[in-house]
Design a protein around this ligand. Structure first.
Ligand SMILES: *Cc1c(COP(=O)(O)O)cnc(C)c1O
Length: 400
C-alpha cells in the first residue's frame, strides 16, 4: 500500500484541493513544482545538511529498559523531543522554507495552536532572513505565553485571532485569509499533513526522515529494520505520518495512531476525530472532521493544545478506512499519568501530546518478543505548568 497521493492529490477518496479560486495559482504552482524541487540533488543536500547540523539529526532511537520491563516487551523511543526547538515540527519547517526560497517567495505566514509550529516557523525565517507572520488564537496566546515570547524574540509578528473559539482552527482560517490577500509573494507554511494538495503529501515526505532513520537504527540495534509496532500521537497527523511512512509496504508492522479524547469520547469535550467525526471538507481537503448535523464544525477539546484540532490529515482518514493503521484514543487524565510515569521511570519529560502515544501502551497487548517504537514527538518544557497543576491536584486529593 502506497502512502503517497495519486496525481489528483487523493488518498482513495480523501484529500484533494478545495480552495477559493483566488488561491488557484499559488496552489497550482506548488502542485507543479514540489516534487521536482524536493527530488533535486542540491535541494536534498541542503535539507540533509540543515537537518544534521542545525536540527541535530539523526535523533536517537533509545531502548527504554525500565518502560520495557514494566510492559514486559521491548520498547524504543524515537527521540524527536531532542530536535532543535523541541519537537518534530522543525523537520517540515526547514523543508518548506527551502522550498519557499526556491519559489522566490519573500514573505512567510503560518498558523499555530500550542505555538510549536509558530516557533519552528519563526526559527527558520530567522535563519533564512525572511519576514514571518504567525496567526494564533487569542485563547492560545494566553495559554502559551513562553512560545509567544520565543516567536517575538526570533523576530516574528504574532497576530492574535479573536474569531470563533480563538484557537487553532480560527488561526488557520485567518492564515488562509492572509494568503488570499497576498497570493503573489507569500508562502504559507502549514504545520501538519492537512490542507489542500500538495500539503499533506509534501509535509509527510519532509517528516518521513523519522521512519527512514528508525529503519537504519533498528537494523543496527536489533538486527532487523522492522519493528512489530509503531505508535504515534495524532493531531493533524504529521509526526505519525513521518513515523509510518517507510513502513507502508511492510504489512507485519502494526501502525497505531493515538488521538486525544479529551474528557472522554461521549463527554462532548473531545478531539478524537476518527471516532467523533465523519467525512467532510475542512481547510481545503476532504477528510474526517467533527461536525454537527448541519455540517458545521464542532469545537474540539483536548488539554493538549497540539492535538486540539477538529480535523485529521487525509492520509489517516484513508489508512483508517482501509484498516492499514489502527487508531486508539486516550483521555487527558490517561495522558497526564503516562507523562508522569515516563518522567519517573526513564527521566524523560515528554510533551503532553507525545504522552498520548505513551499512554497507548496501557491499551495494547504485547508479546515478550515484540519490538515497539513510540515516536516521542516533543519535549515537555512547554507543559510544565499543566504537569505541576496536576501533581498539586493529586496531592490535594490525597489529603482529602
Ligand atoms: C504539534 C504537535 C503534535 C501534533 O501534530 P501532528 O501533526 O499530529 O504531529 C504532536 N506532538 C507535538 C510535540 C507537537 O508539537
Amino acid at each position: 500500500m502506497n502512502f503517497s497521493v495519486d496525481e489528483r492529490g487523493y488518498y482513495g477518496e480523501y484529500g484533494g484541493a478545495y480552495i477559493p479560486e483566488i488561491l488557484f495559482n499559488n496552489i497550482e504552482e506548488l502542485q507543479k513544482n514540489y516534487l521536482n524541487i524536493m527530488e533535486d540533488k542540491c535541494f536534498q543536500k541542503e535539507f540533509e545538511s540543515l537537518l544534521r547540523h542545525y536540527v541535530g539529526r539523526p535523533t536517537p532511537l533509545y531502548l527504554a529498559k525500565n518502560l520495557s520491563s514494566e510492559f514486559k516487551t521491548t520498547i524504543y523511543l524515537k527521540r524527536e523531543d531532542l530536535n532543535h526547538t523541541g519537537a518534530h515540527k522543525i523537520n517540515n519547517a526547514i523543508g518548506q522554507i527551502l522550498l519557499a526560497k526556491q519559489l522566490g517567495k519573500k514573505r512567510i505566514i503560518a498558523e499555530t495552536g500550542a505555538g510549536q509550529h509558530g516557533v519552528a516557523t519563526a526559527t527558520v525565517c530567522a535563519l533564512m532572513n525572511l519576514e514571518c507572520i504567525v496567526y494564533m488564537g487569542q485563547a492560545d496566546i494566553e495559554r502559551q505565553a513562553p512560545n509567544v515570547a520565543r516567536m517575538k524574540l526570533l523576530g516574528a509578528k504574532v497576530r492574535p485571532v479573536n474569531s470563533g473559539s480563538k484557537t487553532l482552527k480560527d488561526a488557520t482560517n485567518e492564515a488562509i485569509r492572509d494568503w488570499i490577500n497576498n497570493a503573489g509573494d507569500t508562502h504559507y507554511i502549514i504545520g501538519s499533513v492537512v490542507g489542500p494538495h500538495p500539503y499533506p503529501d509534501m509535509v509527510a515526505r519532509f517528516q518521513s526522515v523519522i521512519s527512514k532513520e528508525m529503519k537504519d537504527q533498528l537494523l543496527n540495534q536489533t538486527g532487523s529494520e522492522l519493528p512489530t509496532h509503531v505508535i504515534a500521537c495524532v493531531g493533524g497527523g504529521s509526526n505519525a505520518a513521518g513515523a509510518f511512512f517507510h513502513f507502508s509496504e511492510n504489512k507485519t508492522v502494526k501502525l497505531i495512531g493515538v488521538e486525544a479524547s479529551g474528557k472522554g469520547i461521549d463527554s462532548g469535550h473531545t478531539a478524537a476525530t476518527l471516532v467523533a467525526g465523519r467525512p467532510g471538507v475542512i481547510h481545503g481537503s476532504k477528510t474526517y472532521l467533527m461536525q454537527n448535523e448541519d455540517g458545521q464544525i464542532t469545537e474540539p477539546y483536548s488539554l493538549s493544545a497540539g492535538l486540539d484540532y477538529p480535523g485529521i490529515g487525509p492520509l489517516h482518514a484513508y489508512l483508517f478506512d482501509k484498516g492499514r493503521a489502527t487508531y486508539l484514543h486516550v483521555t487527558d487524565a490517561e495522558a497526564l499519568d503516562a507523562a508522569f510515569n515516563l518522567s519517573r521511570t526513564e527521566g524523560i519529560i515528554p510533551a503532553l501530546e507525545s504522552a498520548h502515544a505513551v499512554a497507548a501502551l496501557q491499551k495494547l497487548k504485547f508479546e515478550k518478543s515484540d519490538v515497539v517504537v513510540i515516536n516521542l514527538s516533543g519535549r515537555g518544557d512547554k507543559d510544565l505548568d499543566t504537569y505541576i497543576n496536576y501533581l498539586n491536584e493529586k496531592a490535594d486529593g490525597k489529603q482529602d
